[in-house]
Structure formats: C-alpha cells, structure tokens
Design a protein around this ligand. Structure first.
Ligand code: ADP
Ligand code: MG
Length: 593
C-alpha cells in the first residue's frame, strides 16, 4: 500500500498557522484587518501577558450571520474573494480565508458576533480547531474574539515566543501601523491593566495630524509635514519628518502600499535615495508614507502575512516615488527655518489646536534632532596622558611622529597644517581626535569602564514603549560606557551619569540609538557592532570639534596624543584623518622640476 495520506484539516491548519500565526502580534494583525474589512469604526484590544495568555478584540463592524460565524473557522472560508480576477479590484485586507482557521487551530478561542438586523448574537467556542459549542448570546452589533492559551497544543512554537513585554511591544507596533493608516477608525489598546494607546476617530486634518505625531512619537512634533503629491502613475500621501529629526534605525518609517503596511526594502531604499543629500550618514528618515497605485500593477498575494507586495514595474514605482519625494524635500519650508532654530517649550497637545506647519517653534526636548550649525562647546584641552601609539605605522622607513613635525598653524579653524621632512601635512583636528578618543574609550570599556560624571541635574528622556522595554531588560549594558540610567514611570528614564566630558544634551541621542542597536542585537556580531557604535558616539561628542579654534598648547597636546603618523587612519565614521602633499608635488605646481 502507498505511504501517502492527505492530512486532516486540523493538522493542515496547524501547519498553515506556522506561517500566518507566528506570534501574538501576527494574530493581532490578522484580527485588526478582519475588523477593518468588516467596516469597524472602533477597534478595542485587550491583551494579557503579551497576548500569550489572552487576547480580546472587539469591533463594531458588520458582524456575521450565524452560519458564517461557524463557517469562518474552516480553511479557505472567505467572503472577500470569489475568483482570481477579483484580485485586480480587491479592496479588503484579507482574501485567503486562512487566518481564523489557523488561529483557532493553535488556541482556545471564542467568537461572538451579531449583525445589525438580528437581536441575538451567535457565540462559537473552538478549541484546537474543533468547534465545541454554538449558542445564542446577547451582544452589541459587531464581533468580539477571545484567543486564549496560544500554542497550548504546539509546545515547540510556544518556546519561540519572546517575553510578554516583547510580545506586547510588537502588538503595540501593529496597532500604530493600523492607527497611522486608518484615521477614520478609533483604536484602543489595553496591555494588562494599563491603557497603552487610545486614539479616537480622526475626521479632520488637524486630528489626523495629531494622530500621526502620537504614533510617530511626540518628539516629531514641529518636524512633521503632511505630503500629498501625485504623478499619472502613483500618488504619495502621508507625513514625513524634516531631515533634522531622524533615527538610527528604520523603525520610524512606516510604508504602505494602497493602505496596506509593507516591509519593502526597495521602497525604503527609494525613500532613502530621495533623502540622501540632506540626511546625515547612517541616519534614517521618519514618516508614514502611503503609495497608491492601480491595484492591477501590484500583487498582494506574495507573502503569508501579506507584509510584502510585488509590483509589475518596480523600477517605475521607485523612480516616481523618488521624484515626488525629492521634489517635496527640496522645496519644503524647513530649509529656510534652519537659521532660526530656537528651542522653546513644545506647544500644547490636544484637539482643536491650530496647526502651524512651520517647524518652529521647536519642541525643546527633541534631543535627537540634529542642529545644522553645531554647537562647538567649550574648547577642551586634550589630556596629554595617553600618548600610546594608536596609529599603526604604514609604509617603509622610520616611523614619523606627529611631535617631530613643525606646526605651521591652524587653518579654517578645522585643520592643522604641519611640515614634515618631505611633505606638507594637513590634519583634520576633529577626525584625528575622534579616532584617539574612540580607541581610548573602547579600551576603557574593556578594563574598568569609561570614566563617568554624575549629573548635577539628571536628564530625563522620553522613550517609546519598545525602547523602554529594552532599557528595562538591558540597562546594565550601559554601565561600562559611563551611563547610569533608571527607568522612571512608563515612558521616561532618568540619566544619572554620563561619560566624562560628554555634554548632557547628547545623552539622549546616544541612549536612543544604542537602545535600537540593542533591540536588533540578536546576530552574533551585533554586540561588537553595538559596542563600537556607542564608543564612536561618545568619541564624537567628547572630542575636539571642527570649527574650534585651538591655541598652540592645545595643538601640541593633540599631536602628542596622536603619536605615530598613520596615513591610512580614518575616524570612526570613515573620514580620513590626515593627508600629505609631497614637496615634489608642490614644486610641480610652480614648474620647479
Ligand atoms: P479572510 O480575511 O482572508 O477572508 P479570515 O480567516 O481572516 O479570512 O476570515 C474569514 C471570514 O470571516 C472573513 O472573510 C469574513 O467574512 C469573516 N470575518 C472574520 N472576522 C470578522 C469580523 N471581525 N467581522 C465580520 N466578519 C468577519
Ligand atoms: Mg482575514
């Protein structure tokens, strides 16, 4: 007899669930999409223990008839698609009819649903994919779904879940993704006993704008601009932040295609290209951008969780996107407002306030904001104690030391002009000092830790839920780097100490960048990268700056720290430190050879 058998439906559903239902957040994504497809204007979600123990979602959408309330648990049961040709005009999130069957197969679940024209609701109880009970119940119009004991029957999957906190923060991200793109719907998220997100319907532009700030982070206030532009092929709408407000990671950028949230590297890349010339290297833009195209040119059925799409003409989409966004970025008023950046208290939040779209007055707390004319700080005398040979000597011949050179002087308040035995040497004072401090800080972290200073006035910073959770789990990681940070309340942290010499205003950017590094730190090489990155940031903000006038003794002290000349040296950001022009070349300029 043959060996092949057809799997029974429950096992098939459990297997399918492996792709659709990865974690509580993916369940939430599916259930929110169902509620939106049902025309809900209010969606409430309550999760307990990160949704692993229990998750309850209620919507006021159209509900289901009694038959459908049972049928919806079968695989491929959908009201949204009848034939392949429907794909071309599909305007629902769902279409596969897999989500409810998959979720039900790996949990204990109940669904209570009522349509407007009936008095009673239908309640269906399902366990591990088996329907246990169908009864009538009293309930408002709409649908309420409870999912309990997730993965109780697939223990291997349970092991892959992260902490309830991580799962809760992933769920919050999903809620934000939905809230950003569906202003006509109110969303409420309760995590255990606390309300974490609560946005009412936002019918007016002002309310939508307020919601965008709420979802993208309070510190985008004053930097966010609505955008709505189109070509004959594509429309771009949503919100983008001025290039002054950026993030170290790409988590602040939400991209949608026809209202569907996507993780599309090529679209993100196109957005980065549009920002390229105005964004600091290594920083990412913030915004929520919806790309609308004819549904016929996009295939939404290419990813189990519908997180990716495929365009029939991807390069056309990219070029239109780049063109629209670059034009927008090159003409926005923020370019003019660079000059008068004066911090002032952030405007009152709340409904009904009028929206001044000019980026100033700025929220005074946006520390991660890059000011275009840097504050050079107090001139700092480099400590002469660290004359270790940080620079490996390259090339042949005896090592040439900086201290052997004659100092001609400082030019443009940024470069040191030096005379060597056979060449004129130009040194970038910031890049050079940054390199030395970087090496020193790295070495200190491996010994007793970076020396730190207690802040007379501890700095308080506001963190996103994800960052907050990372901080709670990993705050000790900061100690060797001179940062002592204590979580304070739900969204705040207090910075008690910073690395010696660091101006406290830089603490927030460094801490936030590091938190996002840490959050993505599951790769094996991530720890080293994170360490290098935080050391580089400390170095950058504690070293001599470009534009800082140095007197002779400061120049000599710097040269002493640099020790042996290494022409291949680069600063931690990859910029060269030193250049030499041989006298023979100078002679050629004047036809002396
Ligand atoms: P899909 O969304 O791909 O159709 P699902 O398994 O998510 O598949 O849902 C199956 C069907 O159940 C949907 O097509 C819809 O008719 C119905 N349904 C699910 N959730 C809701 C809801 N919240 N309100 C009304 N109907 C719903
Ligand atoms: Mg669905």
């Amino acid at each position: 007899m043959g060996q092949i058998q057809i799997l029974n439906e429950i096992i098939a559903n459990q297997i399918a669930a492996g792709e659709v239902v990865e974690r509580p957040a993916s369940i939430v994504k599916e259930l929110i999409e169902n509620a939106l497809d049902a025309g809900a204007t209010q969606i409430d979600l309550h999760i307990i223990e990160g949704g692993i123990a229990k998750l309850v979602i209620t919507d006021n959408g159209c509900g289901m008839a009694p038959d459908d309330a049972v049928l919806c648990f079968s695989r491929y049961a959908t009201s949204k698609l009848r034939s392949m040709s429907d794909f071309a005009t599909l305007n629902s999130f769902g279409f596969r009819g897999e989500a409810l069957a998959s979720i039900a197969s790996v949990s204990r679940m109940s669904l209570t649903t009522r349509q407007a024209d009936t008095v009673l609701a239908t309640k269906v109880v399902v366990e591990g994919g088996r329907i246990l009970e169908v009864t009538e119940a009293g309930a408002p119009v709409g649908t309420r779904i409870e999912v309990e004991s997730l993965f109780y029957n697939t223990p291997a999957r349970l092991k892959f879940l992260k902490s309830p906190r991580s799962e809760a923060s992933a769920i919050e991200t999903i809620m934000r993704q939905a809230a950003l793109s569906k202003p006509a719907v109110g969303f409420r998220l309760q995590i255990d006993a606390t309300t974490k997100l609560d946005v009412r319907q936002a019918p007016s532009e002002a309310r939508q704008f307020e919601r965008a700030i709420y979802c993208l982070g309070e510190d985008t206030r004053g930097y966010l601009y609505p955008i709505d532009l189109k070509t004959d092929f594509l429309r771009l709408s949503g919100y983008v932040a001025a290039p002054l407000a950026t993030r170290k990671d790409s988590l602040g950028l939400y991209v949608y295609v026809n209202g569907r949230f996507v993780k599309d590297k090529q679209l993100v890349q196109a957005i980065r290209v549009a920002y390229r010339t105005i964004l600091e290297i290594g920083r990412h833009p913030i915004g929520a951008i919806n790309i609308e195209v004819d549904p016929e040119v996009v295939d939404v059925n290419v990813h189990p969780q519908k997180l990716e799409v495929r365009f029939s003409e991807p390069s056309r989409v990219q070029s239109h996107l780049i063109r629209l966004l670059s034009d927008f970025l090159s003409t926005t008023p923020w370019l003019n407002s660079y000059r008068d950046l004066t911090p002032s208290p952030s405007p009152e939040s709340g409904e009904g306030r009028s929206w001044a779209l000019s980026p100033s007055p700025l929220g005074g707390e946006g520390f991660r904001v890059r000011l275009p004319s840097p504050d050079f700080g107090e001139p700092k005398s480099p400590s002469p104690t660290s004359g270790r040979g940080y620079y490996v000597q390259h090339g042949l011949g005896g090592a040439e030391r900086y201290t052997d050179l004659r100092v001609v002087g400082q030019i443009d308040s940024t470069y040191l002009l030096l005379e060597g035995a056979r060449s004129m040497i130009v040194l970038d004072q910031h890049a050079a000092h940054e390199r030395v401090v970087f090496e020193r800080v790295c070495a200190q972290t491996k010994q007793n830790g970076v020396s730190s200073q207690a802040l007379l006035f501890p700095v308080s910073i506001t963190l996103s839920p994800g960052d907050m959770q990372t901080l709670i789990e990993k705050k000790d990681v900061f100690l060797p780097y001179g940062f002592e940070i204590e979580p304070f309340g739900d969204h705040q942290a207090i910075v008690k100490t910073t690395p010696a010499g660091l101006k406290s205003e830089y603490a927030e950017t460094i801490i936030k960048d590091t938190l996002s590094d840490l959050r993505n730190a599951d790769r094996p090489d991530a720890l080293q990268e994170f360490s290098d990155h935080i050391c580089a940031q400390i170095a950058c903000h504690t070293s001599i700056r470009a534009g800082q006038r140095l007197d002779n003794s400061e120049i000599l002290a710097l040269l002493e720290q640099l020790d042996v000349i290494d022409y291949a040296a680069h600063c931690p950001h990859g910029r060269p430190v030193v250049r030499a022009i041989p006298f023979t070349e100078i002679a050629q300029w004047f036809h002396r050879t």
